[in-house]
Design a protein around this ligand. Structure first.
Ligand code: 3PG
Length: 393
């Protein structure tokens, strides 16, 4: 696949699709990891003398120019992070008169950020008109938006049909290298840890990973569906009754494949979903009015032990309700166990990345993905439309 290292952008208008879909609170960016991760490609394009036009979506404005979902705060923060002005093309049409004039005025090495691509309703429909509008702004297209790669939208897929050159950026390349290598060519033992609340959102991931890993560790809300499938009493814990058969199938599949499947042996249970609720560690059945909110200490030790010889680890989904301090111990224990390993440790985006960063283990991991949905689909073994489109050119 061609990357920004294979092209000459000197004097050219380069449209670079990034994923600047960052959380905002009252106009302030509360997690800027996606901006920081985009800098290497942007710096490279500047250094090579390109006219760098950045674009991204933000949230779901559904075709309406909603001021609270403007990318203006991102332009401001990128200016600080780059130490160079990033002009903002305020334009409700995204590629309207203001944006076109701003591109016209650019000099080599300048950086401009377009308005939220989802201000245009066609964006998420991968429509022709907006794809052509975007392509008309540039000579070269760079896709560095890994977080958006599971979407087939104008700004990452449609646009590639109307440009002569489309390549991937460094972030996209790094994500594909780490996630792809981990899954297809792992150093063994290869251990995957899956958590989070729902089995239903991880069906294909579990199924695909059982073909690849040596050990699969399960925690988080979804382990109660597995527990119930094995006839355990789980009180009022989160459960997806429609997936009990699926959970049994996965337990059987693990046996057939010789994969060690680890499920919790104890649980931290409370009567309310609240950090103020009193809680206790339970081995075996929960009372009817109790719910499990974290893995217990024996499970923490069991999981840490299963990880100690691992050479590749992929982790997606917290072990408990880590946002509440009384139910964060399981997630912290797993993060600690990973931090101490001499192994390639890869953290899926979304909640897991947020947990690892918030708990202060960010710099202890080999790679933290910037993609939530995209990293999950990658682990499902799917081809991502954003990656395919950039590679096809
Ligand atoms: C993400 O945050 O996962 C990506 O930016 C994609 O956003 P979306 O789910 O709104 O398409």
């Amino acid at each position: 696949k061609k990357s920004v290292d294979d092209i000459n952008v000197k004097g050219k208008r380069v449209l670079c699709r990034c994923d600047f879909n960052v959380p905002l609170q009252e106009g302030k960016i509360t997690d800027e990891n996606r901006l920081v991760a985009a800098l290497p490609t942007i710096k490279k394009l500047i250094a090579d003398g390109g006219r760098v036009i950045l674009c991204s979506h933000l949230g779901k404005p559904k075709g309406e120019p909603k001021p609270e979902l403007s990318l203006a705060p991102v332009a401001k923060r990128l200016t600080e992070l780059l130490g160079q002005e990033v002009k903002f093309a305020a334009d409700p049409e995204v590629v309207g008169p203001n944006a076109k004039a701003a591109v016209e005025a650019m000099k080599d090495g300048d950086v401009l950020l377009l308005e939220n691509t989802r201000y245009r309703a066609e964006e998420t429909k991968n429509g022709e008109a907006f794809s052509k509008d975007l392509a008309s702004l540039c000579d070269v297209f760079v896709n560095d938006a890994f977080g958006t790669a599971h979407r087939a939208h104008c700004s990452n897929v449609g646009v590639t049909q109307y440009v002569d050159t489309a390549v991937v950026g460094y972030l996209m390349q790094k994500e594909i290298d780490f996630l792809g290598n981990a899954v297809d060519n792992p150093k063994r033992p290869f251990v995957a840890i899956l958590g989070g609340s729902k089995v239903s959102s991880k069906i294909s991931v579990i199924n695909n990973l059982l073909d690849k890993v040596d050990t699969l560790i399960i925690g988080g809300g979804m382990c109660y569906t597995f527990a119930k499938a094995q006839g355990e009493e789980i009180g009022k814990s989160l459960v997806e009754d429609d997936y009990l058969d699926y959970a049994k199938e996965m337990i059987d599949k693990a046996k057939e494949k010789g994969v060690k499947l680890l499920l919790p042996v104890d649980t931290v249970a409370a009567k309310e979903f609240s950090n103020d609720a009193s809680f206790r560690v339970v081995e075996g059945s929960l009372a009817a009015d109790e719910m499990g909110l974290d893995i217990g200490p024996k499970t923490q030790a069991l999981y840490a032990d299963a990880l100690k010889d691992a050479k590749t680890v992929v982790w997606n989904g917290p072990m408990g309700v880590f946002e509440m301090s009384n139910f964060a111990a399981g997630t912290i224990a797993v993060a600690k166990a990973l931090a101490d390993l001499d192994a390639t440790t890869i953290i899926g985006g979304g909640d897991s990345a947020a947990a690892v960063n918030q708990l202060g283990f960010g710099d202890k991991m080999t790679h933290i993905s910037t993609g939530g949905g995209a990293s999950l689909e990658f682990l499902e073994g799917k081809e991502l439309p954003g990656v395919v489109a950039a590679n096809d050119k």
